[in-house]
Design a protein around this ligand. Sequence first.
Ligand code: ADP
Ligand code: MG
Length: 703
Amino acid sequence: MSALLHDLALTELNGVGKALQEKLQRLGIEDLQGLLFHLPLRYEDRTQISALGSLNLGSRAVVEGEVVGSQIMLGKRRSLLVRIRDATGMLGLRFFHFSAAMQKQLETGNRVRCYGEARSGATGLEMYHPEFKAFNQDFAAPDLAPRLTPVYPITEGFQQQRLRQLVQQALGFLANNPVEELLPLDVQQTLQQAEGFPRLIDALYYLHQPPANADLVLLESGLHPAQRRLALEELLAQQLGMLALRQQSRSQGACPLLPYQVADDISIEERFLANLPFTPTNAQQRVCAEVFHDLQLPHPMLRLVQGDVGSGKTLVAAQACLRAITAGYQAALMAPTELLAEQHFQNLTAWFAPLGLKVGWLTGRMKGKTRETLLASLAVGDIHLLIGTHALFQEGVNFHRLALVVIDEQHRFGVHQRLALRDKGVQGQFLPHQLVMTATPIPRTLAMSAYADLDISIIDELPPGRQPVTTLVLPDARRNEVIERVRHACLDGRQAYWVCTLIDESEALACQAAEVTAKALREALPELKIGLVHGRLKPAEKAAVMNAFKENAYQLLVATTVIEVGVDVPNASLMIIDNAERLGLAQLHQLRGRVGRGSTASFCVLVYHPPLSAQGRERLQVMRETNDGFLIAQKDLDIRGPGELLGTRQTGEIALRIADLKRDADLLIGLRPIAQRLLEQAPEQAQRLLTRWRGDQVRFAQV
Ligand code: ADP
Ligand code: MG
């Protein structure tokens, strides 16, 4: 049997030596299979001649005409201007670089056929530097392309034409050196029937040389069945990659955390629940049970808890920590900001201290004696739960028996950071269990990709008595009305937030803006006590202001977006967000989640500065229409696309070559079980599929 395509080196191609091979490798192309999986970005239609009169601005087309004039234009830049004509109109061809030979070819009276883009030039529509072939009675007219012409993604110093030739050569190998069909047979058949998906080999032929009558609009939208066939395979490879990660984690050991049983005594966990001022919701109980189930296994838990703002994720985290502690181990809880970590520290201390448990607190700024003492008691196991920021995983932080890591607001950390944290926690041969909580819901399709290495639990219920927040959108010309609203609410005994947003990423400017706003509001509302909190305050100062607000010593809190996460003051029922158009949906939803936590009807006023961009208008509209975080997340995905939604840090991890998480979301649904089955029944095939799309970095344990 002859070799498969992926066994053939690039140097099998005529004209490919070391140098060209290296250039191709820079495009991520390693072998002949890789070359054929390097798909065109778009296509040019060089199969027919367009009439000059039919050209519009921006048209890319083949045209043909008789040269009716050719002259060198002097001006800002010297150029050769050639005028051609057909039965329907005229066109200018402009060359800024030209030779005497070119001038000769483009002499008046010759015919010329060229391909280029029509732009607006000094003489009307012009093509700048079109590709051209001139001919006259002595030479035959050049052939038109029989098929659409592919345009490939290339790097500097590479020519389209060169790549096209190489791809053509590689296509020639397909007959004898087949490209392996790696989709499970039944999946192939189903998709062929349901969606008209071609076989892999036919998809590749088609996409590298579509017939002249191919549907260009469909191809450019990426929705052609040949493209979807490949996108599906890529998404499957991505799921396999995530499964490989899962498998690696799960092949390692963890300490099983079992409920602590003592005869005739109520357990710490029972006392904890009895002390709570509320009853956990059904959703909290269900998710908690899912977590407990994972924790008692001898493999590390990797679970993501999703829940809307205010759904009570902290309780689930606390119960998981308690389980680790009563089983005789330590737990760690990491939050992305100091403010949030501090909030967790306060809440969990209030819950755990009465049970005789010790909660520690560590930030990056903590230095000297305090830090030493803390680390010493951590290392001997006197501290049961350590709460903090990234600092938890710095060098020198050594746990005695760490068995559980809880990460709050996960969407700010990428998969790799998550793995780094886990490795930091390695305890001999055991890995800690991991519980990850998101601040904002993630659309299902994204969660399936970016978090496919995690099991997912969803808290789909808010604690009882929550008031839906009514959201208003007002232009800043009506700021005075807004101030009056604040005055009334506060004189009525309620509290309010006034959030100042960033103009750019500069924290200094944001703090300054907050200071200015606070000053103005203190003047406008002299009867109110107004606090100010921003990122440049020292942690102790910040905490003091927040506490004063919590105790109603301030009625109005002016803040930067530092209050975005975690702040919990049920009496606050009004939130003003200034220049709300500057914030993204997730951030707006997070902020709004700070109100509506008490028993009174709550309001959120989004003040914007006109004019609004189309996206800005859409965002504010979404906020006005719904309070549902999952719906908002889906809208966010629709508006911004997956790349931006996940942030640049994470897109690299789910970088896709052909598939698009938004466009091809429907393909993703249902792929997870297929990936699982493929891995179980044909692990080597799974590995080849993974390698085809993701290179050699990711490997399955058992292959
Ligand atoms: P999030 O999911 O946004 O992290 P939190 O855990 O901060 O939400 O909880 C929000 C608020 O709801 C807190 O004040 C918390 O004490 C309260 N809470 C949590 N669970 C319940 C419940 N079952 N019943 C009533 N209040 C609850
Ligand atoms: Mg929270």
